[in-house]
Write a new protein. Structure first.
Ligand code: BGC
Length: 921
């Protein structure tokens, strides 16, 4: 086996373990769970047949070979039985009430109509089974937020009635939440099920992971990565959330538990970090001492119950209020034990750097504006298994204020607003308001003052990027050969589905024109997304547990191992960069993309992202940390201005990214669709240059989100303003369909002419891009240096998907006959053709075929575009006569598309297949 061999069985095992370890048990009365050997379970809820492996949109579109849902996994269990009579009732109802997929991008409803459950059905089920499982499902995704309405954040009346009815008939009713992110939980009290388990969206092995927990093979050991408050209005971000134009982050750094534990403890139903086990643990701090600038803690965890299990120890800091004001708890460290047998114990050691507990002074109130400071006073550390119950473990005293890091004001807001500040003492605080400090630096001057030099173009001196790679040439000499026009092309990424890279992926970057390739610059490939590789042509890939589920494992090592496999899978598919991890903060539970992201806490978020990057890095591939930053609302995402204080940015919204850069060594970042403090992030110099590169030392590339906007201060965002983008050091505009032809009509060349951007700035981006390319597998692929062994393993691993690896594209004009010589029309045969549409518009397909059989013979041919069936031509026998049929294929806005043909019966003879443009856009 080669160095990059991907062991699929191990991959499945790790994903299953992660799905199991992410499950969070919130309630378990009457020993409801686990289901015991020999028992029969009744499964309620329509979602038993349509397990949500992930949410929708780019964070969910993975073509899997299979998805094991909870019911599938339970049916495969040898030692328990499923009440099949009840399953039959649901199956029949679902056949009459098919799953509503919605139409178009992001249009799948967040929930499905539930089957009304009558007492008779529940009573009958209770007679023949020992316990009930009720599955509730929710999806979510891009472009829409969750709503505080039934069927979205709230349960519907039918769902609540179902839980009530089942709970009346069964002493043991466990509600399983197959959801992407936390939902309202008030119903637990009203409907009174005896157990509640969040199983999240666990990817294609999710059902198996859930079954491991349900049967007790794995004792639940997941912990909430968010606080569940009594009501959605209780979240401190509730007031402005959902505004289409402006979102004021008035809660400042008091996000999630930082707010609730400081000033609204009674609003919490389930605290951050909470999750039950089937066993019990005693957690005691045995050592607390200072060693220089660090605090060392030793915590003994003993399994005092009757079953084996793991526990997560969490350490929270309680700093002095000082002049800045601080949350009463902030997560400072966490670790998970190994499996502990009854009476087994483990000592976990923690080393916490005091520096990590510092706060950012954005106003100068401490006398140290733009610095991280440890204000004087006592810093308490609390240890436990959730934020609320963590108990005092020790404190260190900071005698005098210490500056731990001196920075410069960056990305401060320009819109006046008031932010929260706690006032009080002990553990009784309330929130008051203070004016957030506004920007005081001249951004334009800062940019001008730091402009890089602009060396002139030397013309082609025959230096290739490979020469730089091999150490024979200097990067600067290499770059100097590129003309301004070449540089304008290199900052354009191509996609979706660029033919220069793996079919069906989101984008190509680097060598996107012939000239750039002539200089030996390869085209790197990037593909969505956080839950696995998305290849829209239909290539299969592994679907992983979602971000929230992974965060709830609180298990960095496991996530790293899982993402090492993901990294190998990327490599196998010739994808260099994953467009993930998604790591925005769960500021409000209603954000439609929370399922892709990890947590309300930046430390947990950063650690999870770093673990993923380290894992992928072991395979030579990497991820793209996204969306940088402040992408906390889907509605109006390319317009709504996020108004955030510099302190909240640095301590909350940027902190996870900082950890991912410093610990995870991120190579690539994606900016967002929208503006933060008045600047669309893809053109935000302070975000992408001052903070990301100068302060954190990031030396990778930054790409825009797909078709994002940029602006000049005070102006509206515009997808064409790449002059502002390059100036800010957002290196790649994603995406255009043809970089050479400048199909995005960007203004890079005009910007160069009028001085809005410079050759030096373009060279800087070209350098960032080339440096990253040299650190990814594409460089060796381009230079033909991939070992025979790896190539063989790639082909073997791809199986039937190998046909996608080297797909060629046929050009299609207004009326074009396709080359169909590669199609076999034998029963069960299928073939994929790549097409390049020369015009945007509505196309139809015209098929001329014949079949020698008689009229009653059915010979269906299905056409799939980009993996979805669009037409089935059912040709009846034609007695050997040629017939022509037409059907609409739909609208196409991008040139590269995939078409798959499937033949249901033998006997069709194809004369011609034409694609005809019916309406041009
Ligand atoms: C999403 C990104 C994604 C990109 C490419 C955008 O709609 O916001 O997260 O990576 O599309 O598919």
């Amino acid at each position: 086996m080669g160095k990059y061999y991907l062991d699929m069985e191990e991959y499945k095992r790790l994903a299953r373990q992660a799905a199991a370890e992410g499950c969070v048990l919130l309630k378990n009365e009457n020993n409801t769970l686990p289901v015991r050997e020999g028992e029969t379970v009744s499964v309620f809820g329509r979602i038993q047949f349509t397990y949500y492996k992930s949410g929708t949109g780019s964070g969910g579109l993975v073509n899997t070979r299979y998805v094991t849902g909870i019911l599938d996994a339970l049916r495969a269990e040898g030692s328990i039985r499923v009440n099949e009579e009840l399953a039959g009732v649901y199956e029949a109802w679902c056949a009459e009430h098919p799953f509503d997929k919605g139409k178009g991008w992001g249009q799948e409803p967040w929930s499905q109509e539930e089957m009304p459950l009558d007492d008779k059905t529940a009573a009958r089920a209770a007679q023949v089974s020992d316990a009930a499982l009720v599955i509730i499902g929710r999806t979510a995704g891009e472009d829409q937020d969750t709503k505080a309405e039934p069927g979205s954040y709230l349960l519907t009346d039918k769902e609540k009635a179902m839980i009530r009815t089942v709970s009346r008939h069964f002493a043991r009713t466990a509600v399983l939440l197959n959801v992407g992110n936390i939902i309202d939980m008030k119903w637990v009290e009203d409907c009174a099920p005896s157990a509640v388990l969040y199983v999240w969206q666990g990817g294609m092995e999710g059902g198996n992971g859930a079954a491991d927990v349900l049967t007790g093979r794995v004792s639940p050991c997941g912990k909430l990565s968010d606080t569940i408050a009594a009501s959605i209005e209780d979240y401190p971000s509730a007031a402005g959330f959902g505004d289409p134009y402006e979102n004021i982050y008035a809660e400042d750094i008091y996000v999630g538990y930082r707010y609730f534990e400081t000033a609204a403890r009674d609003k919490v139903l389930y605290p951050f970090g909470f999750g039950l086990s089937y066993t019990e643990f005693a957690v005691t701090t045995e050592g607390f001492r200072e060693e220089g600038e660090d605090i060392l803690l030793q915590v003994r965890v003993k399994n005092t119950g009757d079953l084996a299990g793991k526990e997560v120890v969490q350490v929270y800091a309680n700093p002095p209020q000082g002049r800045l004001g601080k949350p009463l708890r902030s997560l400072a460290a966490f670790r998970k034990t190994e499996v502990l047998q009854p009476d087994g114990e483990e000592i976990l050691s923690f080393r916490i750097s005091k520096k990590e507990l510092a706060s950012y002074d954005d106003s100068g109130v401490t006398g140290h504006k733009s610095c991280y400071v440890l204000e004087e006073g006592s810093y308490g550390l609390y240890v436990g298994t959730d934020v609320r119950s963590a108990s005092f473990a020790g404190a260190f005293v900071q005698e005098t204020l210490t500056v731990t890091e001196r920075l410069e004001e960056a990305l401060a807001p320009v819109t006046p607003f008031c932010r929260m500040k706690p006032v009080g003492e002990g553990d009784s605080f309330c929130m008051q308001e203070e004016a957030a400090p506004l920007r005081s630096v001249d951004l334009a001057q800062r940019i001008l003052g730091n402009r890089p030099a602009s060396p002139v173009c030397t013309g082609d001196r025959g230096i290739l990027l490979g020469d730089v790679y091999d150490g024979r040439a200097d990067m600067e000499d290499f770059l100097a050969q590129l003309t301004d026009e070449d540089l304008a092309c290199i900052v354009r990424g191509e996609g979706m589905c660029s033919p220069k890279v793996t079919p069906g992926t989101a984008g190509a970057f680097g060598g996107v024109t012939d000239r750039l390739q002539h200089f030996g610059i390869p085209a790197g490939c990037c593909a969505d997304g956080p839950s696995g590789i998305r290849m829209d042509c239909g290539t299969h890939a592994f679907s992983l547990p979602n971000g929230t589920s992974l965060a709830c494992t609180f298990h960095e090592e496991l996530v790293e191992k899982l993402f090492e496999k993901e990294g190998l899978e990327l490599r196998r598919n010739r994808v260099d960069l994953l467009l993930g991890p998604g790591m925005n903060i769960h500021r409000n539970p209603l954000n439609g993309r929370n399922f892709e992201y990890f947590s309300e806490d930046p430390y947990l978020t950063g650690k999870m992202a770093a673990a993923q990057l380290k894992g992928m890095g072991k395979a030579g591939t990497s991820g793209t940390i996204k969306h940088f930053a402040g992408n906390n609302q889907e509605y109006s995402r390319n317009l709504a201005n996020a108004v955030i204080s510099e302190r909240a940015l640095r301590e909350i919204y940027l902190k996870g990214f900082e950890i991912a850069v410093k610990e995870g060594k991120a190579l690539s970042a994606m900016s967002t669709y929208g503006p933060v403090n008045g600047l669309w992030t893809a053109g935000s110099y302070d975000l992408l240059t001052t903070i990301l590169r100068k302060e954190w030392g990031f030396d990778g590339l930054v790409m825009t989100d797909w078709w994002a906007k940029m602006n000049e201060e005070g102006e509206e965002g515009d997808t064409r303003n790449t002059a502002a983008m390059v100036r800010a050091q957002n290196d790649l505009y994603m995406v255009v369909s043809d970089a050479q032809a400048n199909t995005g009509e960007d203004n890079t060349m005009e910007g160069l002419a009028d001085g809005r951007t410079t050759r030096g700035e373009l060279l800087r981006s070209a350098r960032n891009i080339c440096r990253v390319l040299m650190r990814l597998p594409v460089m060796d692929r381009f230079l033909d240096r991939i070992s025979e062994e790896e190539l063989r393993e790639q082909r073997e691993g791809a199986g039937e998907d190998a046909r996608f690896l080297d797909l060629v594209y046929q050009e299609v004009g207004r009326d074009t006959a396709l080359d169909i010589s590669s199609l076999s029309t034998e029963k069960g045969a299928s073939a994929v053709l790549g097409v390049k549409l020369l015009h945007k518009g509505v196309y139809a397909m015209q098929v001329t075929a014949r079949c020698s059989a008689g009229e009653l013979a059915q010979v269906p041919m299905s056409v799939f575009m980009n993996h979805g069936v669009v037409i089935t031509f059912t040709m009846n026998g034609t007695d050997g006569e040629w017939v022509t049929r037409s059907a609409d294929l739909g609208e196409f806005r991008f040139p590269h598309q995939y078409m798959k043909f499937y033949f249901g019966q033998s006997g069709l003879e194809l004369g011609e297949i034409r694609m005809i443009l019916k309406e041009e856009f």
